[in-house]
Write a protein of this length. Structure first.
Length: 362
């Protein structure tokens, strides 16, 4: 089967960007499919498309299936719409990773939001099926977009997690909590991380809170707490090295009440911390409330710096709890939340939709 994967992620992956696309494309290729996608580099066994609209349209017209990543950038579904008049038309599957409003329309005028919603629903009529990365996104896909055939394919992490030499973070303090994300996205709760670090500075002096990612400096309190370590932007190798050097991971978010359903994400950073064998402190919000069993696979906290600081201190003082949570998290990735399973579920959906289109049932 020839699959065109339309996305706006950076490839090869850097930090968290592009991880999902790289992993799914890799698994589709391992399953024997011809996969075409854009990027400065593409996974082994796949084919790199040149930049520009014309090469994309040509590729779509020769494809059996088009997998279109839908996220807050809003454009991939419009980009592919004009090519779907090809005969025979390829099967189209939308990969819904977030609601449009979750990112792109935060703070946008209500009239503009309504216009974008109408257009996205209209374009959704071209999709044969869709997948969503969390059950929390199902109502959005079905009710807001009008998609009828929707599968849940949750994110994951590499399993086994790649061995890595610990970063220089290993030499900081006697207990290291790491947060990785983007300071440009206010819902990633960098402000809570900074405030929790300040509380820990006086309440638990052995703890170092490390932050890595883009846009960090503007989101942190000034002056910085003395126990707050800025690691800078993180490559994929850096992610593995920082997780190898840390004692726990912070998976913290604010709600997104302006988006349909609120917080509906499936955070890859959670699964990567689990796979790397780290206990996690996670906000009791949306999909995280479902994924993390408090006291069993992680510690759930309110969206509050004092709660975060207390949870980190609890882990610092209880090596047995850290060990139990870490092992349970690793088991969750081994048994379910891994990219091999996610890629297989995407392949199964694409194969089913293509077979239905070929048999004339669509």
């Amino acid at each position: 089967m020839r699959i065109v994967y339309v996305h706006s992620q950076g490839l090869p992956p850097a930090g968290g960007d592009g991880v999902h696309v790289w992993a799914v494309a890799s698994r589709l290729a391992e399953r024997g499919h011809a996969v075409l996608l854009r990027g400065a580099a593409v996974p082994p066994g796949t084919e790199r498309m040149p930049p520009g609209r014309l090469p994309l349209l040509r590729a779509i017209r020769s494809a059996d299936a088009v997998l279109v990543r839908i996220d807050g950038r809003f454009g991939n579904e419009r980009l592919t719409a004009g090519a779907l008049a090809a005969r025979p038309r390829p099967a189209v599957v939308w990969e819904v990773n977030s609601s449009l409003e979750e990112e792109a329309l935060h703070g946008v005028a209500p009239r503009e939001v309504a216009r974008h919603r109408r257009l996205r629903r209209l374009l959704a009529g071209q999709a044969d099926a869709a997948l969503v990365v969390s059950p929390e996104l199902l109502p959005y896909a079905r009710d807001q977009l009008g998609l009828a055939d929707v599968a849940v394919v949750e994110n994951g992490a590499d399993w086994p997690w790649p061995a890595a030499e610990p970063s220089a973070l290993r030499r900081a303090g006697d207990f290291r909590a790491v947060w990785m994300g983007s300071g440009h996205n206010p819902w990633q709760a960098l402000d809570v991380v900074g405030a929790a670090a300040r509380l820990l500075e006086s309440g638990d002096p052995g703890v170092v809170v490390a932050v890595a990612g883009s846009g960090i400096a503007g989101g942190l309190p000034r002056p910085w707490p003395g126990n707050l370590l800025h690691l800078g932007a993180a490559s994929r190798d850096d992610v593995a090295a920082h997780l190898a050097a840390a004692d726990c991971a912070l998976v913290l978010y604010h709600d997104t009440p302006w988006a349909p359903g609120g917080f509906t994400m499936s955070p890859i950073k959670l699964f990567e911390a689990w796979s790397a064998g780290l206990p996690v402190v996670a906000t009791a919000l949306g999909s995280l409330r479902r994924l993390v069993r408090d006291g069993e696979t992680g510690l759930l906290v309110d969206d509050d710096p004092a709660a975060v600081a207390a949870a980190v201190s609890r882990l610092h003082g209880d090596p047995g709890l850290r060990s139990r949570l870490a092992e349970a998290g690793r088991a969750a990735v081994r048994d379910r939340y891994n990219w091999r399973r996610a890629g297989d579920e995407v392949a199964d959906l694409l194969e089913r939709v293509v077979a239905a289109r070929r048999s004339g049932r669509r």
